[in-house]
Design a protein around this ligand. Structure first.
Ligand SMILES: [Zn+2]
Length: 439
């Protein structure tokens, strides 16, 4: 009997204990689940805070007389593994970015808590930003373009006794590069020494602004001059389908190129991968001279003679690969190197724009490109970019039809802009300006 009671008691205790234990287990499970939730929330918050707290932005500014090498050197010293990582950053962007540094320009590097490079940022202007980011597969380049506000302005005025068109446009505050374009295209038709007081001019400019007020870029859409002696002349900006087309330039309404004594471009599509002159490699710091312009282009792209002349070299060497030299009437010589094939032999007479070979990667070259060099009559290498170049003296076919459409559009734009209220451009001239926003 006592024994039976004892067993019952044990059973009861055990049952209660088991029930207690089960309760505790349930509670623990609940608690664990809660803890997991809290942990994952914490992790999320931490992750976000890590970005805010532990990443850091390092910046460096270009000083007078400096190139990218100086900036990269200073940045390298401030980050972990700088030599290797910034080397990779440079590799990721070298084909897309040509550094033309101006004093005061800034480079930014974002580093993580270990001081390792996460992002690299180089802004050419407020809207064009070159960005390289670390990803699982390495550093990746990206071009970030911010939206701009476009405005068109018409400037109208007359020459006064003793004034020149250039002088007036400078006074108005138009950027020098654009003044140069206006006078350059008009000069083809207008003999400015014959321009007289009261001769009339009208130009249409299109400017791009960031955040409504920061000027980013501008172009000359239209220029007109009407003179008592020189007559009436107009220049229209033509835009090809391809924004890098060598045909993008100013023409008359009939498609005549408005360029004074120009060379033709050696390629139809222009992508400069290396320009003329001596430079310091951004990463290695080695100084190299470059006596021409490199244009990147797919292998097989047709290469054109830039002017009429006689072929004086058509051959191959280990450095330049397949090369052709053409001597022009004024004894200047154009050079074309690294070609896949040559289409002309020594002694051949070539006309401007004639096909003389195809783009390749022969000789000392790391990828298909055309090295284009230009020697003056004295035999010295000069910067080909200092020569004025045109794609063709006259647009034809589909391009001429496209120009005519654009001329119509430009005339419409002139009408619309002329409808805006006129104000005096500034106190120092009588030039009137009308402005309207395009977006
Ligand atoms: Zn080259």
């Amino acid at each position: 009997m006592i024994r039976g009671l004892f067993v019952l008691l044990v059973l009861l205790v055990c049952l209660t204990g088991c029930r207690e234990e089960a309760k505790i287990q349930d509670l623990t499970r609940e608690q664990n689940a809660l803890q997991l939730k809290v942990d994952s929330l914490n992790a999320e918050i931490k992750k976000e805070q890590n970005i805010a707290d532990n990443s850091r932005i390092i910046s460096d500014t270009v000083c007078a007389g400096e190139g990218p090498f100086h900036v990269f050197s200073r940045l390298k010293a401030q980050v972990a593994n700088g030599d290797e990582d910034l080397g990779k950053v440079y590799l990721a962007m070298q084909d897309s970015v040509e550094f033309k540094l101006r004093v005061g320009e800034k480079f930014y590097v974002m580093v993580d808590s270990n001081n390792r490079v996460q992002k690299f940022r180089y802004a050419v202007n407020p809207i064009t930003i070159h960005m390289v980011s670390r990803t699982d597969t390495g550093f990746v380049y990206q071009l970030v373009e911010k939206p701009v506000v476009k405005k068109q302005s018409i400037y109208e005025g007359v020459l006064e006794e003793g004034s020149t068109l250039n002088g007036i446009l400078f006074k108005v505050g138009i950027p020098a590069r654009m003044v140069g374009i206006v006078s350059g295209v008009l000069q083809c038709k207008v003999a400015f020494p014959l321009a007289r007081a009261r001769d009339r001019f009208r130009i249409l400019l299109e400017d791009s602004y960031y955040q409504d007020s920061i000027w980013v870029s501008g172009k000359v859409i239209y220029a007109e001059f009407e003179g008592r002696i020189v007559g009436h002349h107009e220049a229209f900006r033509y835009e090809d389908v391809d924004p890098r087309s060598s045909y993008n330039a100013h023409y008359t309404e009939m498609g005549d190129a408005l360029i004074f004594d120009g060379l033709r471009y050696p390629l139809e599509h222009l992508r400069i991968t290396s320009s003329f002159g001596s430079r310091i490699h951004p990463i290695t710091g080695k100084r190299t001279g470059h006596n021409g312009i490199d244009y990147g282009a797919p292998a097989g792209t047709v290469v054109h003679a830039v002017a009429e002349g006689v072929v004086t070299v058509s051959g191959y060497d280990g450095l330049s690969g397949n090369k052709v030299a053409i001597k022009h009437r004024d004894n200047s010589v154009s050079w074309y190197m690294h070609m896949q094939s040559r289409g002309v032999g020594v002694g051949a007479k070539v006309s401007p724009g004639q096909a003389i070979g195809r783009v390749g990667s022969t000789g000392r070259s790391t990828g298909p490109h055309l090295h284009f060099g230009f020697k003056n009559a004295q035999g010295a290498w000069i910067n080909p970019a200092s020569k004025t170049m045109i794609a063709t003296p006259k647009l034809a076919g589909a391009r001429l039809a496209r120009l005519k459409e654009q001329v119509k559009e430009i005339r419409k734009q002139i009408e619309l802009t002329l409808a805006a209220p006129a104000v005096r451009a500034n106190d120092s001239t009588d030039v009137m300006v009308r402005m309207r926003s395009l977006n």
